[in-house]
Design a protein around this ligand. Sequence first.
Ligand code: ADP
Length: 302
Amino acid sequence: MTDMNLPDYKQQSDAVRDRFDRLKQRPVTMEVRGLHKEFATRGGTVQALKDINLKIHKREFVCVIGPSGCGKSTLIRILAGLEQPTSGEVLLDGKAVTKPGPERGMVFQGYTLFPWLTVKQNVMFGLVESGYDKNTAEAEARQWIDLIGLARFENSYPHQLSGGMKQRVAIARALANKPKILLMDEPFGALDAQTRAKMQAYLLEIWKNIDVTVFFITHDLDEAVYLADRILVLKANPGEIDELIEVPVPQPRHPDQFLSAEFLATKKRVEELIHPPKEDGDDDHLNLVRMVPVSDEVGSVF
Ligand code: ADP
């Protein structure tokens, strides 16, 4: 991280304060109330989540970041209805979430398309399951495939697509059911840096044009600051909210903003929370010793 003097990300301009005031006046799409989750293990219990409270507003983009084991996956699984909390509740448009449902679209890191179905059949799948007749489902699926720019590939099978294309189909499949919220668990984590940047741009473009709220887990700081209205930073043991950061970078986002003072200041804050300075010495110090004779003095070359 740069040493330049960055503003405190919390010193918001009037415009940013106004943006978040307006965001919080929007209806609440998903509310998490007093959520606790314990897992029984051989040695006792693990408290995966402790007292999580959160309101996600309509069309908000929330990113979640935190160290490994802080409960990110457990949280998103509970929001999806795939896991039950030990106590507390999750409400979607005021109604309790108890099981998976089409109003919550999921996109995971691993490629989850049905390998035996074509792109079009994958996108149609949920629509047919929820009672659409085949022709309507096909027409709807085509619209979504067009939107993600894969019309030429509608009859291709997943193995014929690149990783980025597969994730575009997974997003189309999730959106085809017109979910109120898109739950994304490190969806671009397996992609190379260039494809990942493209996918981030696609997702922002889709989000701008569709009435959907996004809850997105990542471990990439740049990705979190670039995509999110707010970043939920979790800490581990037990998994609880460390800070909820209002990202002051103006919307709509653009890659030029990666070097803006607001962007870097927000990233610095997230980094401080995730990698706090160690109190008792620097454990990451490398004890380098020369194991082999070295002929040229690297230090003197530069
Ligand atoms: P993250 O996704 O942030 O890495 P997880 O939600 O996977 O964190 O896990 C949070 C904590 O809960 C960890 O300590 C993990 O070991 C524990 N945990 C998660 N799932 C289970 C399970 N099914 N049984 C026991 N412990 C679990």
